[in-house]
Design a protein around this ligand. Sequence first.
Ligand SMILES: *Cc1c(COP(=O)(O)O)cnc(C)c1O
Length: 360
Amino acid sequence: MAQGPRVAAFEAAFAEAVGADHAVAVSSCTAGLHLCLLAAGVAPGDEVVVPSLSFVATANVVRHCGAVPVFADVDPRSYNLDPAAAEAAIGPRTRAVMPAHQVGLPADLHEFQELAERRGVALIEDAACAVGAEYRGRPIGSRGGLACFSLHARKLITTGEGGMITTDDEEVAARLRRLRHQGMSVSDLARHSATDLVFETYDEVAYNYRMTDLQAALGLCQLEVLDDILTARRRLADRYGEALEAIDLVEAPDAPPDRVHNWQSYLVRLSPAAPLSRDELMQVLLEDGISTRRGIQGAHAEPAYAGEGGAPHRIASFGPVPLANTEALAAESLQLPLYPELEDAQQDRVIASLRSRLEP
Ligand SMILES: *Cc1c(COP(=O)(O)O)cnc(C)c1O
C-alpha cells in the first residue's frame, strides 16, 4: 500500500531522529523541495534565491514551479550560500531563499532566518545532504521551518530513492501530504482503517510524489544505523584533517565550532599554486588506483541554465550578482574517498599518493 503503515512509522521515527514535529515522506528530495516551494506560495513569475554551487536539483525545483532561480554566490570556505550575497540578490519578486547544507555542512541558518524575517521571504532548507548534521547544538530539521532531506543511494542513509520533509507546522504537513498524493483529501491509510464509509475529494491539482511502504521499511532499518555511519565518517574525516595539515597545497574542509558536519563527502580545495590542475591531479590519482570526484559544480554554467533557453537566468544571475567563488570552487575542489568501510591503510595510501603527486 502506498502511504501505508510503514510510511507513517518511518515518518514518526525520522521526525524524532531530527527533532521535528512532523515529517512527510516523498518519492525524492527533488519532489519534496518542489512541494516545499509550492507550500511557501512560490508561483510562476516569482524568484527564488539559490546557490548555483549545488546539485542542479536545487535550481530545477524552482523551475518546476514556473519560477526563476536567482543564483547567488557562496562563501569560499564553507561552500555554502553566503547570506550577504543572497540578500543582495533579493528583489521585488523574490518569494523564497533556499540555502543548501552542502555535502553535510550546515549553512548559516541564524543569518538566513533573520534575513527571511527582515525581507519577508520564505526560508526553505535544501537539507538533501544533511541528515545527522547539527547547527548550534540542534539537528538540521529541528528548527521549525521547511527542510527537505534526500534518501537517494548517494546520501548517508537511503531508501533507494526517497525524500523526507520536516516542519513544525501541522497544517503545512497536512497540505504536503495531500500534494504528494494527487490532492486527495483523506489518506489511503485513514480510509482503509475507517469503520464508516469515507469518500475522498480532490481539492487541488497535485502530484504522485508518494513513498512506498517497501521503501519506508528499508528507511526504518537505515535510521537504526545512522549513528554508526556518522561515527565512522567522523573518525575518517578527523584522520584526513590531521594528515592534510602537512600538505600545504590542499585546503581541508571548513569546521566551524558551532556546527557538526555529517561528512557525506570530504571536499578539499587544491591551491592555484599547485604544480598541476585539479583535473590533472584527479587523473594521476586515478593512475595510482584512487578514484576521486570533482567538487560541486555551478548550475549556472550548465546548458540548461546558461544556454539560449536560459535567458531569464542569465539576466537574473549575471546582472547584479557575480559568482566568482562559485566558479573558483567548481574548478579547484575535489572529493577524496570517504565511506564507512574505508580502512585506515587505504586512507593512508590516498594521503601518501596525494602528497607524492603534489610534492614530487
Ligand atoms: C542529492 C541532492 C538533491 C536531490 O535529491 P534527490 O533525492 O536525488 O532528488 C538536491 N539537492 C542537493 C544539494 C543534493 O545533494
